[in-house]
Ligand binder design. Structure first.
Ligand SMILES: [Zn+2]
Length: 427
């Protein structure tokens, strides 16, 4: 288990998940295409608070934010993937207080299919990887609020699997959750970068693991097991239907998407948080990863779906290329302490004080903005722990919010996570 920690520590912090829906035998007898008039409670008995559906037509202006949590612990040691039960519970309460309806993942998908209406402002709660604290700590809290939720499981991490240590959930616990209406979905087999040619750990005969880069047929065989095999295993072990796929670290590409689509996944999830609208593409639904060291992410996410009177403010998307970013989109840098820059002059007149930069793993950073040059910059002072880093820069121009985002890589070995205490022991 310690060995495994050393191998996979970083991956957890940045998971991307994509979801599937599982239908439990006992409580969800309906097929995915449930009739629009079906009460929400048919899908998830847990969601006693779900409103009865009265409108035959779905509300296309509704918005959904999806949250992603990892471990719940009394004492946070790895703030990148942990949160205290008290902080978690406070967030669940805040959703209720703010009139945001927590809906089952399958209702979100049914809404996207035009089959089921949802309230104007909703949240979906998901838990990644399969930690036992999700069963022991999070679940009782979710029961208290009668909130439905989704578990994204990577199968080798379940206790008894090659990566499943003492903090991992067991198949028996997952079965119990399933029987109580919890949605269980896929998060690969071994939780790694799914793109061809990227460094991964593989198990060798004898149980030893080694670092390698797979290409060609070997890669195809491996990725098939990650994307398709993990789904089949969950379906077979638990007797469920999996239709959501959470991509580890959000590292995927068109090929992986195609594999996932062919395998029958209806939706794929990343950890690039964004409000989900009726037209959001199903193969890249962004979730907000909530962790102890970024409490603001939760608040900001709530703001994104605006007030009860309407949706989020319109955001105009600007290509990162137009902002001459540094590092550039797709670039791999050699340091975990990069200087991040973007030139906002292409956007036009920027409202002073409106410039914001957020960095994956850090949240909003104290970036400096020079109105004369239009350059916003931030020198990272705390080693980035993930090998992939996403930057979001936003500003207001002429009363409108404008946003750009891009992703760069950090060379293997340079990330803070590989050195010093592993930031995130996976279960
Ligand atoms: Zn994960």
């Amino acid at each position: 288990m310690m060995i495994r920690f050393a191998i996979v520590p970083l991956l957890l912090a940045l998971n991307f998940s994509m979801c599937k829906r599982n239908e439990t035998v006992s409580q969800n007898p309906q097929p995915a295409g449930a009739s629009p008039s079906a009460p929400a409670s048919t899908t998830t008995p847990v969601a006693a608070a779900s409103p009865k559906i009265t409108k035959p037509v779905v509300d296309q202006t509704a918005q959904v934010i999806i949250f992603c949590y990892h471990r719940l612990v009394g004492k946070v040691r790895y703030p990148g993937t942990e949160i205290t039960p008290a902080a978690f519970e406070a967030q669940m309460k805040e959703l209720k207080d703010r009139g945001i309806t927590v809906i089952p993942m399958q209702d979100l998908l049914a809404w996207k299919r035009g089959e089921k209406n949802i309230p104007p402002r909703c949240a979906v709660i998901s838990f990644d990887d399969g930690w036992k604290s999700q069963y022991e700590v999070a679940w009782p809290i979710m029961k208290k609020f009668e909130y439905p939720f989704t578990m994204f499981i990577y199968t080798e991490g379940v206790r008894g699997g090659s990566l499943g240590g003492g903090e991992a959930i067991t198949w028996e616990q997952l079965a119990e959750m399933r029987d109580n209406g919890v949605d269980i979905e896929a998060h690969t087999a071994t939780h790694q970068d799914l793109r061809e040619g990227h460094t991964i750990m593989v198990a060798n005969p004898g149980g030893k693991r080694s670092r390698t880069k797979l290409t060609g047929p070997q890669y195809e065989q491996w990725v098939q097991n990650e994307v398709v095999g993990s789904k089949q295993l969950l379906e077979q072990r638990l007797g469920i239907k999996v239709n959501c796929f959470a991509v580890p670290f959000g590292n995927y590409n068109e090929h992986v998407k195609e594999l996932a689509r062919n395998a029958g996944y209806e939706a794929m999830f990343t950890v690039y948080g964004q409000p989900i609208t009726f037209t959001s593409p199903l193969d890249s639904l962004g979730r907000y990863a909530i962790e102890a060291n970024k409490p603001k992410v939760f608040e900001d996410a709530l703001k994104m779906i605006g007030t009860s009177t309407g949706g989020a403010a319109a955001v105009a998307e600007v290509g990162a290329k137009d902002l001459a970013t540094q590092p550039t989109d797709g670039e791999t840098v050699r340091t975990a302490l990069p200087l991040i820059k973007a030139n906002l002059s292409a956007i036009g007149q920027i409202e002073p004080g409106s410039v914001q930069m957020r960095v994956s793993g850090l949240g909003v950073v104290p970036a400096s903005y020079d109105p004369k040059t239009g350059i916003v910059s931030y020198q990272v002072t705390q080693k980035l722990r993930e090998k992939s880093c996403s930057v979001f820069v936003s500003a207001k121009s002429a009363g409108k919010k404008v946003e750009a985002h891009w992703t760069f890589g950090i060379e293997e070995g340079a990330t803070g996570g590989t050195i010093s205490p592993p930031p995130t022991p996976k279960k």
